[in-house]
Design a protein. Structure first.
Length: 285
């Protein structure tokens, strides 16, 4: 009987966040892994498996599941996993680990922040392309949007799976979204999209708001989505914004904030994304 740790990932001002189940992996079937989010009332579950020491740091393989199946990546799941590892192994020191998924290896960090932790990681390179007219119209229509509500420079971004980054004119337009999940799923499936990340324009301090809809993977709306925020950071860097704090989850009654920074090195733009996290309970299944 595994112990499941529930972490509120990407909290805002010490509250809210996205409840995420974290489990030490075992010889579960994928069907059993998919049951855990449903049983625990979380949108996602992340499974940890210790591998070996790499670069003088502990190394872990991560796998991510929703009730509908496995995902190649999950940003707030990574934040939750780092919080659990730091609580177990970090003591009072800043924690560092090497993390692996099926497709990549990257570094993760966590440090204590009052009663909680702040975690961040390297989400990997982001590819960007302009959104085509048909896919943009299909997704916007499924969200109940008129042409006037959509801002400029919509794009498709990917750091694993493509998703539409949809700019809206204001936070008010974002708050008023009324998606038709059936139509949105059909549009995303037709154009090979993970989902739609609708956002308001960042202000001069890099503060923005966003809502992420991904009914194709069983998540009608995500409380927090770090990988999509990393994609937005890559997009915003092209317009001179290098630091973001994106508010999410308000419509779902669980305020969350995801942070992202971009800096340039010899290989191009490098992104770090993360947020605050707190362990809220442990459950024996």
């Amino acid at each position: 009987m595994p112990e499941v740790t529930v972490v509120d990932a990407c909290r805002r001002d010490g509250a809210g966040g996205s409840p995420t189940a974290v489990v030490d992996d075992a010889p579960f079937t994928d069907e059993e892994r998919c049951c855990i989010p449903t049983e625990l009332g979380t949108s996602h579950a992340v499974f940890l498996r210790a591998t070996r020491i790499e670069r003088r740091r502990p190394a872990y393989t991560l796998r991510f599941f929703t009730a509908h199946g496995e995902l190649p990546a999950c940003g707030h799941g990574t934040v939750a996993a780092l919080a659990v590892l730091a609580e177990r192994e970090g003591g009072d020191q800043d924690y560092r680990a090497v993390l692996r998924t099926a497709h990549r290896r990257f570094d993760g960090r966590a440090s204590r922040n009052g009663d909680g932790l702040t975690a961040s990681f390297d989400p990997g390179p982001v590819s960007l392309r302009s959104a085509g007219g048909p896919e943009l119209r299909a997704v916007a229509s499924s969200l109940g949007l008129t042409k006037d509500a959509v801002g400029d420079y919509a794009c498709v971004a990917s750091n694993g799976r493509p998703r539409l980054l949809l700019p809206l004119r204001s936070r008010a337009a974002l708050a008023e979204l009324a998606p038709d999940s059936t139509l949105l799923r059909a549009a995303c499936d037709r154009y090979g999209l993970l989902g739609c990340y609708a956002y308001s324009p960042p202000n001069r301090h890099g503060r923005a708001a966003a809502r992420m809809f991904a009914p194709s993977i069983g998540v009608p709306e995500d409380i927090a989505n770090a990988n999509s925020t990393a994609c937005l950071a890559a997009h915003a860097a092209g317009f001179g914004t290098y630091r973001l704090a994106v508010d999410m989850g308000d419509h779902l009654g669980s305020p969350s904030t995801v942070t992202a920074t971009v800096h340039r090195d010899r290989t191009g733009h490098r992104i770090r994304v993360g947020g605050q996290a707190a362990i809220v309970r442990k459950v024996m299944r």
